[in-house]
Design a protein around this ligand. Structure first.
Ligand code: SF4
Length: 232
């Protein structure tokens, strides 16, 4: 079976900065975060056709001179056994590869890291471990999340943790716990929540945190993590 790539952003200067990249969106996810901005990749997924590998590889061949990286997100790419082979073929073109993941499949992450198939991993943190299920909208195996986070921190591969901060799902106190959990991590992005096109439309009524509040979260995390930045 082919990787269910349902979307392709042909150029991005932001997703894999400083590299110019394209971004591929895989459908399907085992989480149901109410604030997810890609509902089309989660519900009624059959409405959108899969972009064939032939089309993808012909695009990558043509863009070799202009693009440096390929970003694979979704949805959750690590759900698919086809991912390593797909990445291997992408890397044969000479591209650097970054993936976005929710960290629920540490076995896949380990394989990708051990086989040198990923150059950068951006892993979502949904909240303090205690509140993880509420933020993810499903019952999450927290041991797997912890295993993935540790794997990244011990791996030597370039990585970041990133967390979308949604009022009601996270509060100031949680950042002490998150900081203690991820103590010594390289990089953490405190991301602003956008109340538009959410999987659960009730999230569109939530007023995002002020930038000052995000700064407070950042300050707490800085006690534990080397580099903390805000993505507003
Ligand atoms: S935000 Fe990410 S982890 Fe959550 S449902 Fe959307 S794709 Fe899945």
């Amino acid at each position: 079976m082919a990787l269910p790539i349902k979307g392709l952003q042909k150029t991005s200067l932001l997703d894999y900065s400083p590299y110019t990249s394209c971004v591929m969106f895989v459908s399907g996810c085992n989480f149901r975060c109410g604030f997810c901005h890609n509902p089309d990749l989660l519900v009624e997924v059959d409405k959108t056709p899969i972009i064939s590998e032939k089309e993808i590889f012909s695009f990558l061949e043509k863009r070799k001179k202009w693009l440096e990286g390929v970003v694979i997100g979704g949805g959750e790419p690590c759900l698919y056994d086809e991912l390593p082979l797909f990445i291997r073929q992408v890397k044969d073109f000479g591209y650097k590869v970054k993936i976005y993941t929710n960290g629920s499949n540490p076995t896949m992450l380990k394989d990708l890291i051990n086989d040198n198939l990923v150059d950068y991993i951006a892993m979502d943190i949904k909240g303090s471990l205690e509140k993880y299920d509420k933020a993810a909208g499903v019952k999450v195996d927290k041991e797997k999340i912890k295993e993935s986070a540790k794997l990244l921190m011990d791996s030597g591969v370039d990585y970041e943790f990133r967390m979308t901060c949604v009022p009601g799902l996270v509060e100031k106190e949680d950042f002490e716990e998150i900081g203690r959990w991820l103590k010594g991590a390289k990089r953490f992005f405190v991301q602003q929540f956008r109340n538009k096109s959410c999987l659960d439309s009730s999230f569109e009524k939530i007023e995002p945190f002020s930038v000052e509040k995000l700064e407070e979260f950042k300050e707490i995390l800085e006690k534990y993590i080397d580099k903390v930045e805000i993505r507003a």
